[in-house]
Every structure is written in C-alpha cells, then in structure tokens.
Design a protein around this ligand. Structure first.
Ligand code: SIN
Length: 528
C-alpha cells in the first residue's frame, strides 16, 4: 500500500508554465509541483534566444499577432494568438517587477530580431541564457511561498481517474517508493518530447510523459504531426545536438553549403530569417548527398560579423563551441536540424481545460492551436507565462471538490531497465528516419509498424517488473511516437513543419483544420 497524501493543486512539471501556474494558485491552496529531476532541469532552462514580446504599444502587438499567424501556415487559432500577444506584455512586466533580469543597454531593454519577426522584439538575458533566467526567477518566487511544495526527482506514473474525472496521481521517487496524491485538479505542464528523436536540442527529461499520461487518461491530443525542427543544432560526431540560437542569425549569421554557396537565396526571399520550417527543410536538403544515406556538411557562418563581440553577446554558445575547438568569429560551424518543439499536444481550450474533467494543460505539453503548423521563434516562453496563468485561473474558477482516494499502488518487485535502452534507441532512430523533416506514406507506415513492435515489447516487460522511471519514459515516448506517426499519415498535405514528399502542397480545402487523436479511433480533422 502506498503512502497517501493530498494537495489542492497538483502540477506536473517545473518549467515556465508550471511555475507560473503554481504562483497564481499559491494564495488559494496547497500546491504540489512534481518534477523528474531538480527544478532547473526543464526545456525552459535551456531556451537561449529569448522571449518575444510586444512592449512597444498597440502597433507592435498587432504586428506580433500577424507574425505569429503568418509563421503558423494557415493553422493558427487566432483567438489563442491574440491572447498571447495581448496578455504577454503584462506577464513579462510582472516578471521583471518580481526580479527577472533581461539584458539592458543604457537602462533600456535590449531587443533582438529572430526569423519571421517583422521587427526586433526578442528580450534576452545573460546574452543567450534567457530560459535559465526566467526559470531562476520563477523558481525563487515559488520557493518563497509556503503553500508551494516541490517533489523533485519524482516521476508521475499514472493519473487517477474515476467516472471520467481526474482525482490525483501516483508518484514514484528516486528510491522507488510510490505514493498516491489526491488533488482537486491536476495541471500537466511537463513540456515536450524531443527525446522521441535521436537528434534533438531538448534535454534528456523531455520524454513527453505528461502528454502520454493525459492520453492514457482519455484526453484528446491535437496537431501531433507538427514537430518543429530547429535548423541550426551543432552537428559534430559524438557531441549532443547543442542549440545554436536563432538569435545568431538575427545578429547576421549566414548559412552555406559545402560548396560555399549561401543557399537560402534558393528557398525564401527572407533568406536566413525565413520561417523556421523553411530554413530547417533547406538545411536538410542541402545536407543530402548524391546517393541515399550520404550526407554533406552545412555550416553557419559568422566570420564576417564585425562590430559585435560574439563571445560577449553569446557567452553560453561560445563556451560550448570552445570546448570543441570552434569559435564563432573564426570558424564555419557545422549544423543540422534537430527536433526542438512540439506544436501539438494535449488539446485544451483557451483556459487550459482538457477534454477530461479535473485535468488541465499548459505550455509545450498543451495544444491551444496558438502555433498552428509552425511556431514563431521565441513565442514559447511567452506561451508558458500567459497560458500557465490562464490555466491556474480556470482551475480556481472550476473549484472542483477534493475526493478521497482508495488506491492501492502495486507492491514493487525488482526493477530492470537493461532491456529498455536499446528499445528507446531503436524508436529514436526510426522516428528520425520515418517522421523527420521530410516524410511520406511508406515511411510513416513502416515507422508505425516499428513503434507497435517496440510498444508490445515494453508492455511485456511491464508485466514482469515494477514501475521504473526509464521504462515509463520509454512508454511515454512510444505513445507520443504513435500519435505523431498516425497524425502525420492522416494529414495528406504539406504545411508548416509537416512536409510530405508524396503530398508536397498545402491543401486548404481538406486540411485547414486541426488533427485530433482520441486514442484508438481514427484521426479526425476539426476546426477550432
Ligand atoms: C533559439 O534560441 O533559437 C530558440 C528560440 C525558440 O525556440 O523559440
């Protein structure tokens, strides 16, 4: 029998959305924030370039909306984007007021430009460590609230649900102890699932657990075929796919192929500052060799940039490159696209409500439709602030009662993860191969077959062992992979981050709608 606890609000994930929600809920009850590692280990912490926010008045707000809508390739849910750009300035001002430090020059906030933004509106902190500063300041505020508790190094193993309402969750700590926690409502803010691909800018914790938990509890997923690949991840053998911020291109970086050609001229008139999906596809195409399987180098080039000390402007990136003998001022930097951000996720309304009572979602784990088929650069930290706060408001407004739980967590037997790792690796390779930047029906079907095989093996393991974090992560990745593959197969067109080589055109007549995954039934397409 597991230890039982209760709280008012259970939050899964300690990135920007989870922490912002926790702060809004704190005056109204006990909040428990559960996170798989230390609080700082989230996608938020690794966000480099900045936070896009229109702080220059109404004209800038309107332009930010138009840029967001244009980048989303016909699929942005306009009402969600409007909330983002209208509420964003207030949320950022609150953050600054509470002690977040963004870079300033002569006392004024510095703003940079990134791809597909019509004007410079990206605030940054410590050069290229914006996410870390936002995470630090929100965590400091949360830790000062006595009603917020953190369960670090703790994995949520399942959501407890009765009669279609989520009532709490089962947790597993790093000593393999289980406990059951009841809550009036549960918020999933556990971020994305970049680890479903071998090449990703995301940290190891980004395994889509919250999305899988919600799906298993019956929640609808939306737009799962839209995985954003960042065009410029460092590409060195044996080195993690470290993010090379889009802000580098905002400060003048060019892209060139192994023949020294500035190839973006052939793909988009905005060149290196074209929407992210366009640049990612261009880099992928330029890196294809003459024969299948062969690859050619593609580079980011800042050697011509003068008048800016790139080491000072990008200290984190410069330090990482220096560890590998590279220097932005001196060297061509080898790059490749890598999985970066999931536009899809748990389907929510504009206030974080999912299709299951008692269950809410915000941030990258959620899908409001805000990003459409392709997220505008640096809109994600803002999304976490705005929609984290909105989800908290609806959790309070819905005022669900607390139910006592009668759940016996199964006794644990020996845990063995030895066989899990090769299955995760197989899944990651297969997703990169069949559901990467370019996809087609044959490959997606093959990927689905492989995913089903892997899921069966994981289920068999689960029948013989108690829960382990790694096996749960493998199951989460498998659930997310299945949703991506199924949705990508159903969307027989190309739009934003989803490019079907067998259907290379956008088809508004059939597909200007959001894909909805309800689990076992077929994928459907619905308007917002
Ligand atoms: C970057 O710094 O390029 C990442 C920004 C983002 O993903 O929005």
């Amino acid at each position: 029998m597991a230890v039982q606890n209760r709280c008012d609000f259970l939050i899964v994930g300690a990135g920007v959305a989870g922490l912002r929600a926790a702060l809004a809920l704190a005056p109204h009850g006990d909040v428990l924030v559960v996170t798989k590692e230390a609080v700082r280990e989230s996608n938020t912490h690794y966000a480099q370039g900045g936070i896009a926010v229109a702080m220059e008045g109404q004209e800038d707000v309107a332009l930010h909306l138009e840029d967001t809508v244009a980048a989303g390739d016909g699929l942005v849910h306009r009402a969600a984007a409007e909330l983002l750009v209208r509420e964003g300035p207030l949320r950022v001002a609150e953050l600054i007021e509470a002690g977040a430090h963004f870079d300033r020059q002569n006392g004024h906030l510095m703003r940079t430009r990134e791809a597909a933004h019509s004007r410079p509106r990206i605030l940054h902190a410590n050069g290229d460590a914006t996410g870390a500063e936002i995470s630090r300041s929100l965590a400091a505020m949360a830790r000062s609230q006595t009603s917020i508790c953190f369960a670090e190094w703790t994995t949520v193993t399942s959501l407890i649900e009765n009669g279609g309402t989520v009532l709490g969750a089962t947790l597993l700590d790093s000593h393999h102890r289980q406990r059951v926690v009841s809550a009036r409502s549960v918020l999933i803010a556990s971020g994305g699932a970049g680890q479903v691909y071998m090449d990703t800018t995301n940290p190891a914790v980004a395994t889509g657990d919250g999305i899988a938990l919600a799906s298993r509890a019956g929640a609808e997923l939306a737009d799962m075929e839209f995985y954003q690949f960042h065009p410029t991840a460092l590409f060195l053998p044996g080195v993690p796919r470290f993010l090379l911020s889009e802000a580098l291109r905002g400060e003048g970086a060019l892209l060139c192929n192994d023949r020294g050609e500035r190839f973006m001229e052939r793909y988009h008139n905005a060149l290196e500052l074209a929407p992210r999906d366009v640049v990612a596809r261009a880099v992928a195409r330029e890196s294809q060799g003459e024969v299948p399987g062969e690859s050619r180098p593609v580079y980011l080039d800042m050697r011509h940039v003068s008048g800016v000390d790139l080491h000072e402007r990008f200290p984190g990136i410069s330090a990482f490159l220096a560890q590998h003998g590279l220097d932005l001022h001196r060297d061509l930097i080898p790059i490749r696209p890598a999985a970066h951000y999931l536009m899809g996720g748990i389907r929510t309304d504009l206030d974080g409500r999912t299709s299951v009572a008692g269950l809410y979602a915000a941030g990258e784990a959620a899908c409001t439709g805000l990003h459409g088929a392709n997220r505008l650069a640096s809109n994600s930290l803002l999304e976490g602030l705005v929609f984290g706060a909105r989800a908290a408001q609806s959790m309070l407004a819905d005022d669900l009662p607390s139910e006592s739980l009668e759940v016996a967590a199964p006794a644990l037997d020996a845990v063995s993860d030895a066989a899990v790792e090769p299955l995760i690796t197989r899944l990651q390779h297969s997703m990169g191969h069949f559901a990467g930047v370019l996809r087609d029906e044959t490959g997606l079907k093959e990927g689905l077959g492989m995913q089903q095989e892997i899921e069966t093996l994981l289920q068999e393991m689960g029948a013989h062992h108690g829960p382990s974090r790694r096996r749960l992560e493998a199951m989460s990745l498998s659930v997310v992979a299945r949703a991506i593959l199924r949705s990508a197969l159903a969307r027989a067109e190309s739009r934003g981050a989803h490019f079907r080589t067998d259907f290379p055109r956008r088809d508004d007549a059939l597909f200007q709608q959001h894909s909805i995954d309800r689990g076992d039934g077929p994928i459907s397409f619905e308007s917002r």
